[in-house]
Write a protein that binds this ligand. Sequence first.
Ligand code: CTP
Ligand code: MG
Length: 232
Amino acid sequence: MSVWAVLVAAGRGERLGEDRPKAFVRLGDLPLLAEPLRRLDESGWIDQIVLVAPPEWEEPAILLAEEIGASKVSACVPGGETRTESVRAGVAEVPEDAAVIVVHDAARPLVSEEVILRVIAALGEGFDGAVPGLPLTDTVKRLREGVVVETVPRDELVTVQTPQAFVAPVLRAALTALRVESTQSPTDCASIVEANGGRIKVVDGDEKLLKVTNRADLERVASWLVSDTSSS
Ligand code: CTP
Ligand code: MG
């Protein structure tokens, strides 16, 4: 059974507001992309990796993979205008006989072996996909034009992260179906599979899978990285 990772790193990083794409902003001693790439490469659960780079940054991405000794990168392709288009470009490079596709945001550098195992293991229970989720701590309200319509029961809600694992043909079929009937831009892959009737399990997420969106997130992840490195 082969497990392919699609690492999406093609975003512009507009909210971070640096002079380069988020994947190439410095985190510790290297561009941010190095951390999630190294972690996926070292994972015992991942066989091959497709890297989705910002358009015109494919070569620096390949050089970075070489620099850190990542040996599982099978292809590096340019991403698209939206996250979904970037996922599509990555999935297109995964061979037909792959069993599982794990999609991960490069913007979540601190992916761990434990969470990769949790999402992949859930597929063995018969789910089409699995995502890491965290409980909410704040109260959540639904609004219409700034006025509260309802307070949503918090125990029914989670926030979800990546890595997200899917039965490969199920993800492919969902991406194809989306192309036909929708123009909206989903923010994760599970919602694409859900929309096509797939059953998704939520497993325990990890606070350290924080998505780097702004400067404060970057600093937080950088501080976790320092404490990780010094404790190992
Ligand atoms: N992503 C991508 N292709 C896009 C948009 C996003 O591969 N066209 C990837 C990003 O590189 C990131 C992940 O999807 O790893 C989550 O996206 P987000 O956090 O929104 O990153 P950016 O789109 O780069 O940031 P911003 O929205 O602030 O521009
Ligand atoms: Mg974005």
